[in-house]
Design a protein around this ligand. Sequence first.
Ligand code: FPP
Length: 258
Amino acid sequence: MSKKKQSSDASPAVLPAHIAIVMDGNGRWAKKRMMPRAAGHKAGVAALKKIIESASEAGIKCLTVFAFSSENWNRPEREVAILMDLFVSSIKKYLPELQQAGVVLRFIGDRSVFSDKLKASLQQAETSTQNNNFLNLNIAMNYGGRWDITEAAKKMLQDTSSGAVAAEQINESLFSEYLSLADLPAVDLFIRTGGEHRISNFLLWQCAYSELYFTDVLWPDFNGQELKQATQWFSSRQRRFGRTGEQVEEDAVSEHTK
Ligand code: FPP
């Protein structure tokens, strides 16, 4: 095995605990093939399935994907209907496999507006996988980062009004307990496919210190190799969290010599 091959196959030194992905580019992928946009979304589901496998194999503990934003309702009615049907059929199709693989499925976002059928399917997927303990897979649907923060503020205010929480107790740590995914680590690596360099109202609070990785690859073409490239790029980043580069290096040396 050549040295080059060895290093490209090596596992990244620092693995992100939590990866968030904006799966963009399904429509363009389909258009390039003169296919309807629905075919792009279908290929997007297949890509997601492969990425779940690759992430599990790589030892990633949490994966959160943006399947439908609160702004996606602005798409043509027919495309929205196709996406809703695809959510129901994909969950039905893949749930047994995800269950067997030990995946904990969770859906974040405002589901109150979904059809009863979709709501039931989300509930069933969550209930049947809640005792698993392998990969945490969170699917954001009708989700927006601002919505998440506003909901958290509402809930915290209720607790303040009822006396369960005193205003003086409020700090970032307490506030974050009211957000979606409060029990999971913050997002380490944020990936967006499809060439745009935007966060698009995804996990705004949870991504405060994420490393941002943008690729031109369209979502249906994003595969295990692409994920590996992203995680290897992540492991080369120096995460400073406000410290200087020198401080980070000194801490790394003392950690190493402990
Ligand atoms: C963005 O591409 C993609 C979406 C809005 C939908 C993503 C949904 C999936 C991949 C399916 C997930 C399924 C389950 C069960 C969670 P786009 O349509 O905006 O592409 P474009 O920018 O090229 O037009």
